[in-house]
Design a protein around this ligand. Structure first.
Ligand code: SAH
Length: 423
């Protein structure tokens, strides 16, 4: 028996009295301070049993010695963490995507409601902490964010191929996790064919070019799929009231997802795509062109730089917009950053309220798991108040249903947004 054998853990983590409570509530994380004693020879990311003070089995997971988040749970049962375990987890994840109406998950490359891409594995929420799998047409992108997840890579890849039958599996490592975990970055083909670069995907009947090799995260922000469509529908309604094409500021545009959806239903729209990444903006321009019906009558302005600076510049130049999207990256990575993150959200939302014409639409998001919905709403309220504007919530937005949230793991409920009318 070896401590690095993921099927039969040789390591036992004994918790301090009372520290088993969150595990009994099925929360899948163990903080370093909860561990009283480690028995056996620990390998970073190796499988370990988690036991209460009396030595009773609580869970089996992986151990990350030296990390403040020291262990994550694979299973609540005494079962081997082998191919059969991953087969069961992936099959259950697939069944959940069928419930989300995403049949493409069942047959990679097939379209369901004009969509051929979805998140197949949403880490903790699908019982696979540190493991994210996105399907882009017939290709899978596997992103591992912990050493525990990286340790099972050789077991996981063949089972992914068997369960999802993709044409190829591409590996990506998030730079932030790699630095935190000391992970050796995985970037490249893990199994099967290399995907075309960029790859063409479909979302609600529209076409997007996605760079699996060079894009941010796994290449595309699938969590915003339904919000992009919902925002576009609201904007079409506003255009009907205005009796003219709207002027849209798509801030933190990435590859222009929101703008393409908006152009598809608002002929003659004027779009400003703003982002700090020139590569993303180049792809945003290409994405509009890939949808000729949307692109034909749209006017696109591309602005590269820091939104905090550029929104101020727009304000000083007295520019105004009928609609604004604020979809910034995660601002709060740790509890200590919550206050600073809220200051950032307040700043951009205040500027957006000032830039909006009366009756304008604001779609504003936070993907900081540590900032709650209530707190975010309060920050946006403060911003509207300071701008002297009256705002109403038309819709509370969240991640698309291929990003399930485990009730016992509310940290996974990271994406929150408000669709507002600002008078
Ligand atoms: N709305 C996009 C996703 C946005 S992801 C979509 O639907 O696909 C967040 C984006 O913010 C990234 O493209 C990143 O390049 C950009 N970004 C990060 N910091 C920024 C800053 N300070 N100013 C402008 N853009 C920034």
């Amino acid at each position: 028996m070896s401590s690095s054998d993921p099927e039969r853990p040789g390591v036992r983590l004994l918790l301090h009295p009372g520290k088993e409570k969150s595990l009994r509530l099925r929360h899948p994380w163990v903080f370093a301070g909860a561990i009283a004693r480690v028995e056996g020879e620990a390998v970073p990311g190796g499988t370990a049993d988690i036991l209460d003070v009396a030595g009773r089995f609580l869970a089996r997971g992986y151990y990350l010695p030296g990390s403040p988040l020291a262990a994550r749970v694979w299973t609540w049962r005494d079962e081997p963490i082998g191919a059969d375990f991953f087969r069961r987890r992936l099959t259950a994840a697939l069944a959940r995507r069928r419930l989300a109406g995403l049949a493409s998950a069942a047959a990679p490359g097939a379209e369901s409601a004009g969509t051929d891409c979805c998140r197949l594995v949403n880490a903790e929420a699908d019982g696979l902490p540190g493991v994210t799998v996105d399907a882009y047409g017939p290709y899978l992108v596997l992103q591992l964010s912990t050493r525990g997840a990286a340790a099972v890579l050789p077991l996981l890849v063949p089972v992914l191929a068997e369960v999802f039958q993709p044409r190829g599996i591409y590996g990506r490592t998030d730079a932030e996790s790699a630095a935190r975990e000391g992970l050796t970055p995985v970037d490249g083909v893990l199994w099967g064919e290399a995907p075309p670069e960029p790859l063409s995907i479909r979302e609600h009947g529209l076409t997007f070019a996605v760079s699996l090799a060079g894009g941010q995260k796994t290449g595309f922000f699938l969590d915003q799929r339904d919000n992009r469509r919902q925002f576009a529908q609201a904007l079409a309604g506003l255009a009907a009231t205005l009796g003219r094409p709207p002027v849209l500021l798509n801030a933190f545009a990435y590859t222009g997802g929101f703008a393409v959806h908006a152009a598809a239903v608002c002929p003659g729209i004027e779009i400003v795509n703003l982002d700090s990444s020139p590569e993303a903006l180049a792809l945003a321009e290409r994405n509009l062109a890939l949808n000729p019906e949307a692109a034909a009558q749209a006017r696109l302005e591309t602005v590269t730089g820091d939104a905090f600076v550029l929104l101020r510049r727009f304000r000083d130049a007295n520019r105004s917009f009928d609609a604004i999207i604020l979809d910034p990256p995660k601002f709060a990575h740790a509890r200590a950053q919550i206050v600073g993150a809220c200051r950032g959200y307040k700043d951009i939302n205040l500027l957006a309220c000032k830039l909006l014409r009366p009756g304008g639409l604001l779609a504003t998001f936070s993907c900081s798991g540590l900032v709650s919905r209530e707190l975010f709403q309060k920050v946006v309220f403060d911003a509207a108040l300071d701008a002297g504007r009256e705002a109403r919530i038309l819709a509370r937005l969240t991640a698309a249903p291929d990003h399930p949230v485990l009730l016992s793991f509310p940290e996974g409920d990271y994406l929150k947004g408000l669709l507002l009318t600002v008078e």
